[in-house]
Design a protein around this ligand. Structure first.
Ligand code: CA
Length: 228
């Protein structure tokens, strides 16, 4: 479900990894766990998460190198990475951020602080997953009540169309390929033909146009779909 943020935790110390996972799950996040950098890269490629919490000190390939590699992934530039480190020197912090990390937290950290940082990153990149209402022109979407309005009138949507619209509204103007929409809306573990995306976009368009108004969804030939 696109309304449930997926966080990948990369931490070799099992107890720390479990504490983090426990707290994120308690907040309603879905969590993947990796104990090494290689495992992290594999999990990331299988199902790009919405955010990565990455320990700097890992056995083998360091967290900083993993950060660099993740940021080169096609899906990665928009996936925030929060680095954890026992290092406290300012130079390390700068180096962490230079490799593309979006935030940097020094160990020992308070779980509450880390959660706040996680939410702050998601508010920027995946606002609907942290319960923030989305507005685009005459459309509003409230992820807490699962309600969509256009021009003040309620639009009835099925769950798939709701997730589709929520994805499009989080990034107005961005062109999504069918594959990207499949990953985001249906998830990787479910096998769905990419034509299914077209069917649901069709239903979404019909529902949004029920009370008139222009079609807000743009078909980009040979690429996919975008809002506006
Ligand atoms: Ca470590």
């Amino acid at each position: 479900m696109s309304t449930r943020p997926h966080v990948l935790i990369v931490e070799d110390e099992a107890s720390q990894r479990e504490i983090l996972a426990y707290n994120l799950e308690a907040e309603g996040f879905s969590v993947s766990r990796a104990g090494t950098g290689d495992e992290a890269l594999t999990l990331f490629d299988e199902a790009p998460p919405d955010l990565v919490v990455l320990d700097w000190m890992l056995p083998g390939v360091s967290g900083i190198e993993i950060c660099r590699r993740l940021k080169r992934r096609e899906a990665a530039p928009e996936v925030p990475i929060i680095m954890l480190s026992a290092r406290t020197e300012e130079g390390d912090r700068v180096r962490g951020l230079e490799t593309g990390a979006d935030d940097y937290v020094t160990k020992p950290y308070s779980v509450a602080e880390l959660m706040a940082r996680v939410r702050a990153q998601l508010r920027r990149t995946r606002p609907a997953t942290v319960g923030q209402a989305l507005v685009h022109e005459d459309l509003t979407l409230d992820p807490e009540t699962w309600r969509v309005h256009r021009n003040g009138q309620e639009v009835e949507l099925g769950p798939t169309e709701f997730r589709l619209l929520s994805t499009l509204m989080e990034r107005p103007g961005r062109v999504w390929t069918r594959e990207q929409l499949l990953d985001r809306v249906w998830g990787r573990d479910i096998f769905v033909d990419s034509r299914t995306v077209d069917v649901h976009v069709g239903r979404l368009r019909k529902a949004l146009g029920r009370h008139g108004g222009d079609d807000p969804i743009r078909t980009v030939r040979g690429a996919g779909y975008a809002l506006g």
